[in-house]
Design a protein around this ligand. Sequence first.
Ligand SMILES: NC(=O)c1ccc[n+]([C@@H]2O[C@H](COP(=O)([O-])OP(=O)(O)OC[C@H]3O[C@@H](n4cnc5c(N)ncnc54)[C@H](O)[C@@H]3O)[C@@H](O)[C@H]2O)c1
Ligand SMILES: [Zn+2]
Length: 351
Amino acid sequence: MQILRVNIPGREYDIKIEKGLFDRCGDLILEIVKPCKVAVVTDSNVGPLYSQRLINSLKGSDFNPFLVTVPAGEGSKSIKMLEFLYGELLKNGMTRSDLVVALGGGVVGDLTGFCASTLLRGIPFVQIPTTLLAQVDSSVGGKVAVNLPFGKNLVGSFYQPRLVLIDPDCLDTLTDRIFCDGMAEVIKYGVILDENLFKKLENAPSRKAIMKIIDDVIYRCCELKKLVVEEDEQDLGMRMILNLGHTFGHAIEKKYNFTDYTHGEAVAAGMVMAAEYGERENITSPCTSARIRSLVTSFGLPAEVDIDKESLKDAISVDKKGKGNMVSLIIPEKIGKVIIKDTEKDNIWIQ
Ligand SMILES: NC(=O)c1ccc[n+]([C@@H]2O[C@H](COP(=O)([O-])OP(=O)(O)OC[C@H]3O[C@@H](n4cnc5c(N)ncnc54)[C@H](O)[C@@H]3O)[C@@H](O)[C@H]2O)c1
Ligand SMILES: [Zn+2]
């Protein structure tokens, strides 16, 4: 088992990664909390696949679990679903000495985490992420949130889990599209901070090949995010480098109404655009964009997406990373190293 300790002062927790750990979740949770009531929150896709095994494992370790299922999909990250969750937890008599477990992808993690952070002023929370994106991105950083009609993640908080349990075997039931969606963020970690990781991915350029080294890959991504987040817990500076590909990616998601491209697909094309922009401005060493392009393509992710200048400017104008007429772009200097460049919005048109 690989164990990564995340040290947010006073709120340390472990991320435990191992193929097959799923059926030992009960015992692993028992190492950090006494037997209690456990609300297992999942969605309508993940529940039928995994919830019974988790409930059995929790019961086997003397916990008293009950299941709450929300509909699968981003629509469940809503105030309405949050209210439903509060109700289910209270109806089942949850107190602050009980435990909430999120079993699912980033949607379940964000919704459940925000519920746990606010109900009764905070109930302990354990995450069992089941998508690659949630395993490499939501496991570290403590961001939990729901969406409003005005935009995504507008109501949220920072709330650290007590434990994160990752069983890479859970990824076997993902569609190729959702698996590869998470690969975009994995590739991003290589580009921003770790050329060795990027080379490892280049040497395993398919889902099947990656699954042979997946424990190490997930561990390294979580470790890299941890290094960034420990520097910048409140998301005020260094964390910005995690946004590589996201400014352009956000413009793509918005132009296509958040339907034609997944987040990862938009970020993949966004990373290529950022590297091409950097090459044009002589910031980025030659061939960088070609390497990113080739790697994202091998995972079926788009390296380019048709987007016009106006859509790009519009999306950037409302982007959280925008300040007045300037936008902070994350540009790779080479694979493994990025810079933050404040750029005039009018000047970022990609040829
Ligand atoms: N908190 C953070 O730091 C953070 C980081 C990145 C993303 N997010 C959020 O995460 C969300 C996206 O996460 P996601 O991509 O995991 O989406 P998701 O939770 O919607 O999962 C994608 C789909 O896969 C299904 N699924 C999940 N696990 C499965 C499994 N093992 N087998 C089969 N199907 C499975 C889900 O039911 C869903 O249909 C967004 O709302 C985003 O804002 C949060
Ligand atoms: Zn992202």
